[in-house]
Ligand binder design. Structure first.
Ligand SMILES: *Cc1c(COP(=O)(O)O)cnc(C)c1O
Length: 343
């Protein structure tokens, strides 16, 4: 295979610095779900830890355990989905914080922690309108009472929610519900839990959404929102570049060793401009394992072409805008079999 994903960890570090400067005094929880948005969990977590990131957010417990392994004992890790008792037990043993959006899970966590003589660290999720997961406002008082009743084995570390970031009005309404829930939690437990609500877009655009902690994935990897502010306006750059080698220069174009099976969307044919040693050229077609790029003088096997990303003419979000999708989707499509190269 001669397609690969270059991951520039210095660009990643610069994005982290930009995030820190933007959201301060709130802290940054780096979201690393989906194998760090396809960039590779281990190298991303190690570099982030070296850069001073001390919160990591994952979807599931197995990923949280991998973060503990890569990031060391000092970092704080939140996993927001548990599937069974073994998830809970392993999270307790590895000092993983659990995001809990359901009273049945809350009770299960309390039971496991009591059985094992441990104290679980819990971030209670309020449903502020997205209806994906989260305790409904009408059930919140009851949930807090359960936390209090199990206080010997449950520490309420945080109160959190997730917002759509699609409409300011909806987000404002969600924020109002969120603040009321956090205030009620503070009154119930007598200390202030960490509050976290915003992901990338709202963290940057709206300072009143930052609270104590922001959960940012996309911007850390340099993935801007489609139809939104530019990379330059946000002060971020894409971390990854999809590259591939030329295998043959033909009369009808240059054959490049990357195709739809590697994750290059064939609908980009005739639309995407790519980077070649002779400058930008049009991507002419995409087959299963190869692609054809408009030729250039002196093209030869072994030349390399930058298809997408930070060092290509088009970023993942630029391509996403051609496809009517989001930048994350374009990056996540790149096959896990495409090797990641770090520098
Ligand atoms: C994915 C995710 C985030 C990060 O969102 P970005 O837009 O990538 O910054 C934050 N919180 C939760 C719950 C998520 O699932």
């Amino acid at each position: 295979m001669s397609a690969w994903l270059d991951v520039d960890l210095d660009v990643f570090a610069a994005n982290l610095a930009r995030i820190r400067a933007t959201v301060a005094p709130a802290a940054h929880m780096l979201v690393v779900k989906d194998d760090a948005y396809g960039h590779g969990l281990g190298p991303i977590v190690r570099r982030a830890a070296a850069e001073g990131v001390d919160w990591f957010g994952t979807f599931d417990v197995p990923t949280a355990l991998a973060v503990r392994e890569a990031g060391g004992v000092g970092c704080r890790i939140l996993a927001w989905t548990v599937y069974d008792h073994s998830d809970i037990d392993r999270a307790l043993d590895a000092h993983i914080d659990l995001g809990v959006g359901d009273v049945f899970v809350l009770d299960a966590v309390a039971v496991r922690a009591r059985k094992r003589g441990q104290r679980a660290r819990v971030h209670l999720k309020i449903d502020t309108g997205l209806h994906r997961n989260g305790i409904r406002p009408e059930d919140w008082t009851d949930a807090l009472a359960r936390v209090q009743a199990a206080a010997a084995h449950l520490e309420l570390v945080g109160v959190w929610s997730h917002i759509a970031e699609a409409s300011d009005d909806d987000d404002d309404a969600a924020r109002t519900v969120f603040i009321a829930a956090a205030d009620e939690a503070q009154a119930a437990i007598g200390s202030r839990p960490l509050r976290h609500l915003a992901a990338s877009a709202a963290s940057f655009a709206r300072d009143t959404f930052r609270f104590d902690l922001v959960r940012i994935g996309a911007f850390a990897y340099g993935i801007r929102p489609e139809g939104g502010p530019s990379d330059a306006e946000l002060g971020i750059r894409p971390v990854a570049t999809l590259r591939a080698s030329v295998t043959e220069a033909r009369a009808d174009g240059v054959v490049v060793d990357v195709g739809a099976l590697d994750g290059l969307d064939s609908r980009l044919s005739g639309r995407l401009r790519v980077g070649t040693p002779a400058g930008e050229r049009l991507l002419l077609s995409v087959a299963a394992t190869t692609a054809i790029v408009d030729g250039w003088e002196g093209a030869q096997a072994g030349d390399d072409v930058a298809l997408l990303g930070g060092e290509a003419p088009s970023t993942a979000t630029d391509a996403a805008e051609l496809l009517g999708t989001i930048g994350e989707q374009v990056v996540l499509r790149i096959s896990p079999h495409v090797p990641r190269r770090y520098r």
